[in-house]
Design a protein. Structure first.
Length: 197
């Protein structure tokens, strides 16, 4: 089966970057990131929440507020869907740089715990000057870096550590720091821990 035959569910496998989409987000920050950093964190956490719910289990997620102002969100899920194309190359679902087909254009998108609509992970990537997506799956582990939503490295393989899951580490310096995160982390299928480093 070729990449063109892959079925789209949450994102369009046909392309890896939608620059127009990323520019649209940056042009209307108040719409896509109301509340700033808090909303970005909730956009990321919503993905492991989806996965835990669909698997019928409780997931674990750790949010770390780093001293340099960056934030990382790590979960114990299956990792972001990564497939091998007809040329034998790994291809990661383009969650960072293309729109979430379920939510971005939907006027009735579900609300995140801050009361604002969910739009997708691309909002986080587009509004971060740096983002690293580390992805550990049963069939391999990779990392990739982005700047303003655009990949600046390839899908670089890393050594497996025996776990699966996703870590999104992002820096969005245009927003004020988060002062009180824990009260907003209401996700029914996740056990969430907050750390400062």
């Amino acid at each position: 089966m070729t990449r063109a035959d892959w079925v789209n569910t949450t994102h369009d496998w046909a392309g890896s970057v939608d620059r127009g989409h990323l520019e649209e987000i940056r042009a209307d920050v108040d719409r896509y990131a109301p509340g700033g950093l808090l909303h970005l964190v909730l956009e990321v956490v919503a993905y492991p929440e989806d996965e835990a719910e669909s698997a019928g289990r409780r997931g674990a997620c750790t949010v770390t507020l780093h001293s340099d102002g960056s934030i990382s969100v790590a979960d114990d899920g299956r990792g972001t869907d990564t497939r091998v194309d007809e040329h034998g190359r790994p291809v990661k679902k383009p969650v960072m740089a293309t729109q979430d087909l379920r939510f971005f254009q939907d006027a009735a998108a579900p609300l995140l715990p801050d009361g604002h609509p969910r739009r997708g992970m691309s909002v986080v990537a587009a509004l971060s000057d740096q983002l690293t997506h580390t992805n550990r799956r049963a069939n391999g582990s990779w990392t990739q870096r982005y700047e303003h939503g655009v990949p600046v490295t390839g899908l670089d393989p890393i050594e497996s550590d025996g776990t699966t899951g996703t870590t999104v580490h992002f820096h969005a310096p245009f927003f004020a720091p988060i002062t009180d995160l824990q009260p907003h982390l209401h996700f029914p299928h996740l056990d969430i821990t907050v750390h400062e480093s």
